[in-house]
Design a protein around this ligand. Structure first.
Ligand code: UT7
Length: 319
């Protein structure tokens, strides 16, 4: 009997505070029109003082567990994808374990920036398929506003905060059909926070991005990866019901949808209200479309992401 993993429940959480494009006009030399036309973003949620990555993760995780009708102590693997952990250590996964009142099983963070959730879901799938674990909580959680330079208009208009989670359980039928991960550190300078405790400097830990070059690489790489994902599963474009993409820029999302011949009604788009929430963006989008009834059981979804590293990847799911 083959063993697979499948999504048992989804959840997400956005901090209450909202920052609109109009409010950003007072902070930097930008305009609502420029941001909407170039990115599709209208507003983003931001953490307030005292809110942390593990706190957002807890709220999303509790909602995913409730949707799966499971108690926290039924989880035996916990993975958090994040670029903005509360602390250098313990990992956000350990902090989340404690918040949920559970322990005694593997919990760790994954750092693959915007591709983090795709990496985390892929790792959890492999643990479950190997037979060593039965039920994984997989979270993407970010406080990107804490690593944004609020004086740099090229980046500060792009990012937002939030968290999304899925509960993944062992199943006889898939579930997750395939996962595809890749990275190339040769592009490390195009999108980075060039600071860190290991370098002995933590001052000004801000995102720097060569936006235009990242944009071009993202479009071509994501176009290629959706083709590779379909080919690996011997599927054609018409077999895909939903694209659940990383939400960096509506123009990148449209280009990938076009590659898949998918009308935009079949693409889950949350970038307008969430901005780019890095590893949280896919589980936030997934949960949004599951809860509003668009994504139904039995449908085929492709999730894809591209981010700093560069890292990129996809997950094909029968929901
Ligand atoms: O999540 C990880 C992956 N990240 C991404 O995929 C992001 C990829 N990059 C992008 O989404 C786009 O490159 C951006 C949205 C960041 C920028 O859009 P763009 O169409 O590539 O614009 P650009 O960087 O070529 O800049 C065009 C102009 C420049 O002015 P000049 O040189 O033409 O006079 C910029 O200075 O727009 C200017 N600009 C702005 N103007 C108003 C840059 N940022 C802003 C701003 N408001 N916020």
């Amino acid at each position: 009997m083959n063993r697979y993993s499948r999504i048992l429940g989804t959840g997400s959480y956005l901090p209450e505070k909202v920052l609109t494009n109009r409010e950003l006009e007072d902070l930097v030399d930008t305009s609502d029109q420029w941001i909407r036309e170039r990115t599709g973003i209208r507003e983003r949620h931001l953490v307030s003082e005292g809110e942390t990555c593990s706190g957002l993760a807890e709220a999303a995780a509790r909602r995913a567990l409730a949707a799966a009708e499971l108690e926290p102590d039924q989880i035996d693997l916990l993975i958090v994808a994040t670029t903005t952990p509360d602390q250098v250590f313990p990992s956000t996964a350990c902090l989340l374990q404690h918040r949920l009142g559970i322990g005694g099983f593997a919990a760790f963070d994954i750092q693959a920036v915007c591709t983090g959730f795709v990496y985390a879901l892929s790792v959890a799938d492999k643990f479950i398929r190997s037979g060593t674990h039965r039920c994984a909580l997989v979270v993407g959680s970010e406080t990107m506003s804490r690593i944004v330079n609020w004086q740099d208009r090229a980046t500060c208009v792009l990012f937002g905060d939030g968290a999304g989670a899925v509960v993944l359980g062992a199943a006889e039928e898939p579930g997750i059909l395939s996962t595809h991960l890749s990275a190339d550190g040769a592009y490390k300078d195009l999108l980075q926070v060039p600071s860190g405790v290991g370098m002995g400097r933590c001052e000004d830990p801000y995102i720097e991005m060569r936006g235009n070059e990242v944009f071009r690489m993202a479009v071509t790489t994501l176009g290629r990866i959706v083709d590779e994902t379909l080919a690996a599963n011997r599927l054609s474009k018409s077999d895909i019901d939903w694209l659940v993409p990383h939400q960096a820029n509506i123009r990148i999302i449209r280009a990938t949808a076009k590659k898949l011949n998918l009308p935009m009604e079949r693409v889950v788009v949350t970038v307008g209200e969430h901005g780019n929430t890095s590893s949280a963006s896919i589980p936030l989008a997934l949960d949004t479309a599951v809860r509003d009834g668009r994504i139904q059981r039995g449908e085929t979804l492709i999730m894809e992401a591209f981010g700093g590293g560069f890292t990129w990847g996809s997950v094909l799911v029968r929901y």
